[in-house]
Design a protein around this ligand. Structure first.
Ligand code: NAD
Ligand code: UGA
Length: 463
């Protein structure tokens, strides 16, 4: 079998950047090009100051330092990368559609489709095209059609599904020690050959028994289903946290007991303000939409409920804050959808803020990693989606203050909503903070309970 020497990845985001960095590090004999339309993002990937990388992940900058411009290259020249590569990963975003058929439910495939058109337009020899993005089941069929319709004569494409399972904040570790690598290909001789080429790359650092090969549809669906199952666990424990509050049971204790059953296990049972992130919600909506397309309405309703509980949890948290607020000011600690990332897509903080702003609350926000610009953009995008005019949006955003230090944010109100589980929040001098005034904290991550045990001036509420 001819060995793969040049690969590229279209999409230099949270998946494309870290995944290709690890491949480049583990396979020094392969040239890896990561390309993107976004010029600022590529400049940031090429910045000599590694603290400016667009994706913040523990361990990532060390790898970039070693391999960048040796066998890992970031560029905006997408056509050149396609032409030079034997294997092309598509790792572009697949958000929920915001207009047209399937608005608010279906995955928007326009970026993936435009990649396929681009590949077909410029490729002068056969290519293996790899679906790295999370896609609805049977997307490969659609891609095949686009590729063959637009291809130059005698140029053929093999399509493989290789969904990514990394989680943000632990991406590098997840890539180094994946629970499994999933590769879906078709059963023809060509298909098998293409799958083998990808398997050969991963075997450089992943044990063979962890590399699972399946048919394309199983691979596409397994990714959506894995995320749905993980999110379902969070919604299950979050639904029980409401019952704990009503009955006097303690969510952490209940969660610990449930998790000690080996059949269930302890992970992903941490009650929270609700799951966020760019993937769980969109992937479940995508699954629901698919089920409806196959007239499986009961199945669709079942999975939709996972989202409904998540929305319920965000409003339950916000309601608690509103009940405690006397002077129309609230501090929110954390904006990212989880700790150790600068990503805030679909963060619970956005929806909590919406509810508070709609109730005329002025909010004071601090997050250690998410920029002021990003926080304002998150809110602006949400209000635009809800069809507010520019004037109305500007007025709403007047109620939003963002600070560079936690003290400034905390000093401006007597009620704190903790949204993200940043470690530094546990380390604050709460004793000193409580001496300035009586405060209430609604802990959306259940991380401060023990820390605040003997502090009298703080009213503490957990989920
Ligand atoms: P992202 O938004 O961080 O990155 C996507 C990049 O693709 C952007 O930089 C965008 O500019 C670029 N892009 C879009 N269209 C392009 C085109 N036609 N040509 C060149 N570049 C283009 O997205 P992400 O978080 O990396 O997610 C990518 C995919 O991986 C999604 O399908 C997502 O569901 C899936 N996924 C994400 C994660 C995660 O933790 N973020 C984990 C597993 C899977
Ligand atoms: C998730 C999956 O964990 C990855 O396997 C998957 O590859 C990825 O989605 C994807 O497809 O994009 P990610 O969204 O990065 O990864 O982060 P998670 O660690 O799964 O957390 C998601 C949300 O759930 C966060 O808001 C987190 O705080 C919340 N969460 C997680 C809880 O509220 N409780 C828990 O017990 C665990």
């Amino acid at each position: 079998m001819i060995k793969v020497k040049n690969i590229c990845c279209i999409g230099a985001g949270y998946v494309g950047g870290p995944t290709m960095a690890v491949i480049a590090q583990k396979c020094p004999e392969i040239n890896v090009r990561v390309v993107d339309l976004d010029k600022d993002k590529i400049n940031a990937w090429n910045d000599s100051d590694l603290s400016n990388l667009p994706v913040k992940e523990p361990g990532l900058s060390d790898i970039i330092k070693k391999v960048r411009n040796k066998n890992l290259f970031f560029s905006n020249d997408i056509d050149d990368a396609i032409i030079k590569s034997d294997m092309i990963f598509i790792a572009v975003n697949t958000p929920t559609k915001t207009s047209g058929e399937g608005k608010g439910m279906a995955a928007d495939l326009k970026y993936v489709i435009s990649c396929a058109e681009n590949i077909a337009r410029v490729a002068t020899k056969d290519k293996i095209v790899i679906e790295k993005s999370t896609l609805p089941v049977r997307t490969a069929e659609k891609l095949k059609e686009i590729l063959s319709k637009n291809a130059k004569p005698n140029v053929n494409f093999d399509i493989i599904s290789n969904p990514e399972f990394l989680a943000e904040g632990t991406a590098i570790n997840d890539l180094y020690k994946s629970d499994r690598v999933l590769i879906g290909g078709d059963n023809s001789a060509r298909g098998k050959n293409a799958v083998d080429k990808l398997v050969n790359i991963y075997t450089k650092w992943i044990p063979k028994n962890k590399i699972i090969t399946t048919n394309v549809w199983s691979s596409e669906l397994s990714k959506l289903a894995s995320n749905a199952m993980l999110a379902q666990r969070i919604s299950s424990i979050n639904s029980l946290s409401a019952l704990c509050e009503a009955t006097g049971a303690d969510t952490d204790e209940v969660s610990k007991v449930i998790g000690l059953d080996k059949r269930i296990g302890p992970r992903f049972l941490k009650a929270s303000v609700g799951f966020g992130g760019s993937c769980f919600q969109k992937d479940i909506l995508n699954l629901v939409y698919l089920c409806r397309g196959y007239q499986l309405n009961e199945v669709a309703d079942y999975w939709e409920q996972v989202i409904k509980i998540n929305d319920y949890q965000k409003s339950r948290f916000s309601k608690k804050i509103l009940e405690l607020t006397k002077d129309n000011n609230v501090t929110l600690l954390g904006w990212a959808f989880k700790k150790n990332t600068n990503d805030s897509r679909e963060s619970a903080a956005i929806y909590v803020s919406e509810i508070l702003i709609n109730n005329n609350i002025t909010i004071h926000i601090y997050d250690p990693m998410v920029s002021e610009q990003r926080i304002l953009l998150d809110l602006k995008l949400l209000f635009e989606y809800k069809n507010f005019s520019k004037k109305e949006i500007d007025k709403k955003l007047m109620n939003v203050n963002i600070y560079k230090t936690h003290n400034e944010a905390i000093n401006n109100s007597k009620v704190i909503g903790l949204v993200t589980e940043w470690d530094e929040f546990i380390e604050y001098d709460w004793e000193e903070i409580s001496q300035k005034s009586n405060i209430s904290i609604v802990d959306g991550r259940n991380i401060l309970g023990q820390r605040l045990n003997n502090i009298n001036n703080i009213k503490y509420f957990k989920l």
